[in-house]
Design a protein around this ligand. Structure first.
Ligand code: NAP
Length: 544
């Protein structure tokens, strides 16, 4: 008898089977996938993009929940690669909402004629490295297949949505959804009894919007978050003219900061000024829009220690001022993690929601959710009747969007096995044993587009270099990868971002290994490291 492998030839594929051939395959048509396809096309490569959704936008396609909007200033978030695009597009608000963000990415796709490369409704099931050909075979859930020497996974860092494995969810008779898969047609919440699980940045935006519309809202909070006023507003015509004239300066400023935002830390310590000066600065920044109160503050507010705790108490007091019921205010004031150890959710009236008669806050740390019932939800000490349950329960961040795909490299090695104890990569870009596969989803936890654009340019230039020099494989050396993993672990353990139990370190997903999922280095340091590696002929990579 002929085994399926013999029948299908050495690389497991039936020779008669039709497989589309390309120079490069990109997974994802979000912010990074769109730009990757643009850059590769400009290098004269035949590109195919596979996108799960039926439109472009990635994060800004899926996250249609009410209230979804930027926390970076809109005019710093757009692509910088085209002066024409910058001059044509005026953001309407300081912190633009999902509908406009999705429109922008559609505008980019059309302007640069990128739609022709994208196959929509194409969820990638598996990616298999074909050693005899030095190609990746990519298989789509609908049976479609494609092959290319290079694979770029532009799968997003917060796209593998997480729904806790609560017993009984299948018995629930009402409607439920995760915020990252909000239905296109919307959800009818008017007058309904709605439960929201989670109080992260997503929930904070959502809750504020829907509280006005629902009949009754129950918020199930496990961990309180430090949240600060966004202070969003329309951008005036005068400001539009100014922004258009100043893009080089805006982007230069972003390029200098750790997280690629426009905000720059005050070089003074909070502890070297008087209590009055400190309070004056805290108050002034509190009234500025966006992340200024976080990222323009005294530098040591963002370091573990006394200054951090001083500011944390300032924020707690702001919460106490806004919430009428002192007991509820204390539930909302975080005491179990440091300010800034999670990304600061920005809000527009979030705390006032808890002064409404139709809103109830439930502490599910004290009495955890035990199961979903046909009529609602049961915690350890009560049952709640609900018509709708909304999971604002976050993401299996960074690695989840890769490990949910069956990715197999040299010798059939599985990426899930390789990442079992945390990601093992070189600079977050490649992992040894997976040649010619590049990852651009770990670009940044800061202002994503500012950090992602140079990373995409580096990766696409690297691919051009490999092709032009007629190499067939590129992958990191084992030494370079080991050194990088050690660097992430050692330096990562010192920064604020790794201190809390958050998605930054995989602590939000039961069973996921605790490890910093992104680089501990600042954006300027990462750009310099990558530039140095490239200048030295891709030092740390094996070119075959
Ligand atoms: P998240 O920060 O991970 O929050 C998830 C929430 O669900 C947390 O409150 C978590 O509680 C709760 N949760 C998870 N499992 C639970 C369980 N079994 N029982 C009870 N509660 C549970 O996710 P997110 O809010 O979607 O935000 C993720 C990231 O997306 C943010 O950090 C930010 O970077 C980004 N984001 C940005 C914006 C923006 O303004 N541009 C908006 C939204 C999101 P614990 O904290 O106790 O785990």
């Amino acid at each position: 008898m002929v085994s399926p492998a013999q029948q299908n030839g050495a690389n497991g594929v039936n020779p008669a089977e039709e497989i589309e051939q390309f120079d490069a395959i990109v997974i994802g048509a979000g912010v990074t996938g769109l730009y990757t396809s643009y850059c590769l096309r400009n290098h004269g490569m035949r590109v195919r993009v596979f996108e799960d959704g039926d439109g472009v936008g990635g994060t800004w396609y899926w996250n249609r929940y009410p209230g979804a909007r930027f926390d970076s200033e809109s005019y710093t978030y757009g692509y910088s690669f085209s002066e024409e695009l910058l001059q044509e597009w005026d953001w309407k608000e300081l912190y633009s909402g999902q509908p406009e963000n999705e429109r922008y990415l559609n505008y980019v796709a059309d302007k640069f004629d990128l739609r022709q490369y994208i196959r929509f409704n194409s969820r990638v099931k598996g990616c298999y490295f074909e050693e005899d050909r030095n190609t990746w075979r990519v298989e789509i859930e609908d049976g479609h297949k494609a092959r290319a020497p290079f694979l770029v996974t532009a799968v997003g860092l917060l796209s593998a949505f997480y729904v806790p494995d609560f017993e009984g969810l299948d018995t629930f008779q009402g409607q439920w959804c995760h915020t990252g898969r909000w239905p296109k047609e919307g959800m009818d919440l008017a007058g309904k009894r709605v439960g929201v699980i989670g109080t992260g940045a997503t929930a904070v935006q959502l809750i504020t919007e829907i509280a006005k519309e629902v009949g009754h809202l129950t918020v199930f909070q496990r961990t309180a978050n430090y949240c600060a006023p966004l202070r969003n507003r329309p951008i005036t015509d005068e400001e539009h003219r100014e922004i258009r004239a100043n893009y080089p300066e805006i982007f230069r400023r972003c390029a200098e900061t750790a997280g690629s935002f426009v905000h720059m830390f005050d070089p003074r310590s909070a502890l070297e000024v008087s209590a009055e000066q400190r309070e004056e600065q805290y108050e002034r920044l509190w009234h500025e829009p966006g992340f200024a109160k976080w990222l323009s503050n005294f530098y040591d507010v963002m370091l573990p220690g006394e200054a951090n705790e001083d500011y944390a108490e300032f924020v707690r007091n702001k919460i106490r001022e806004r919430v009428h019921d002192p007991e509820v205010a204390e539930m909302l004031a975080p005491k179990d993690h440091m300010f800034g150890s999670k990304r600061l959710p920005c809000e527009s009236g979030y705390y006032e929601v808890y002064n409404r008669d139709n809103v109830l806050l439930v502490d599910v740390k004290k009495a955890p959710i035990q199961r979903i019932t046909p009529t609602g939800l049961a915690t350890a000490d009560a049952e709640y009747d609900l018509d709708v349950i909304i999971f604002a329960t976050g993401y299996d961040a960074v690695t989840g969007s890769l490990t949910r795909i069956d990715i197999r490299g040299v010798g059939g090695g599985k990426l899930t096995d390789k990442f079992a104890n945390g990601p093992r990569t070189y600079m977050g870009i490649q992992s040894s044993g997976f040649p010619n596969m590049f990852t651009v989803n770990a670009a940044s936890v800061g202002n994503f587009v500012r950090a992602a654009e140079p990373l995409v340019e580096w990766v696409t230039e690297c691919i051009r270099y490999v092709r032009e020099n007629e190499y067939v494989r590129i992958s990191p050396t084992a030494e370079a990868e080991d050194e990088w993993v050690n660097h992430v672990n050692e330096e990562g353990s010192k920064i604020l971002r790794s201190q809390a139990n958050s998605w930054f370190v995989g602590a939000n997903i039961p069973g996921k290994a605790r490890a910093l999922l992104t680089s501990p280095d600042t954006a300027p340091v990462m750009r310099a490291k990558r530039a140095d590696v490239a200048a030295k002929g891709y030092e740390g990579f094996l070119l075959e």
